[in-house]
Design a protein around this ligand. Structure first.
Ligand code: FES
Ligand code: FES
Length: 165
């Protein structure tokens, strides 16, 4: 027997059917919904590769039971950006070359997106804490931290531009 699961995903209502509501949200996103931007790394809530934003909070989707997002708001990396281009956090990673293979990048981007939505001027310590929660096996963290700092600046510029319209 399959059970209906309804939630908001990247600003659209979705309804799917799952055999088991305890299946990880990560599997539903990548398997049922084909959103492969969210990566699977450790699968035990440790590496941050699978980070998505649920009701404004960055969560590891590999340990988030899918059934518990019923009625909630989920954002994945596919939901960022729009007609005006990439999200400021994505632009920051491009500008600062904050990636090599890119496997960890969606997790970093979503964690930073949640942080900036909560606090547009988070300060160095919170930026470091956020970046620290996501493992990168390629770059070291210098350029990732540069990207995080740049994201704050690009976010501020985007806000000023929006307010001037
Ligand atoms: S794959 Fe989810 S935290 Fe590593
Ligand atoms: S860029 Fe390859 S794991 Fe981070």
């Amino acid at each position: 027997m399959s059970l209906p699961l309804r939630f908001r995903l990247n600003q659209e209502d979705v309804e799917i059917h799952v055999q088991d509501p305890t299946v990880p949200l990560l599997d539903v996103l990548r398997g049922d919904l084909g959103l492969t931007g969210t990566k699977s790394g450790c699968a035990i809530g440790y590496c941050g590769a699978c980070t998505v934003v649920v009701d404004g909070e960055a969560v590891p989707s590999c340990v988030q039971m899918a059934g518990l997002v019923e009625g909630r708001d989920v954002r994945t990396v596919e939901g960022l950006g729009g007609p005006d281009g990439l999200d400021p956090v994505q632009n920051a990673f491009v500008k600062c070359s904050g990636l090599q293979c890119g496997f960890c990048t969606p997790g970093h981007v979503m964690a930073l997106r949640a942080l900036l939505d909560e606090d547009p001027d988070p300060g160095e310590e919170r930026l470091r804490e956020t970046v620290d929660g996501n493992y990168c096996r390629c770059t070291g963290y210098v350029k990732i931290l540069d990207s995080a700092r740049e994201a704050v600046e690009l976010e501020r510029a985007a806000r000023v531009a929006r307010e001037a319209r």
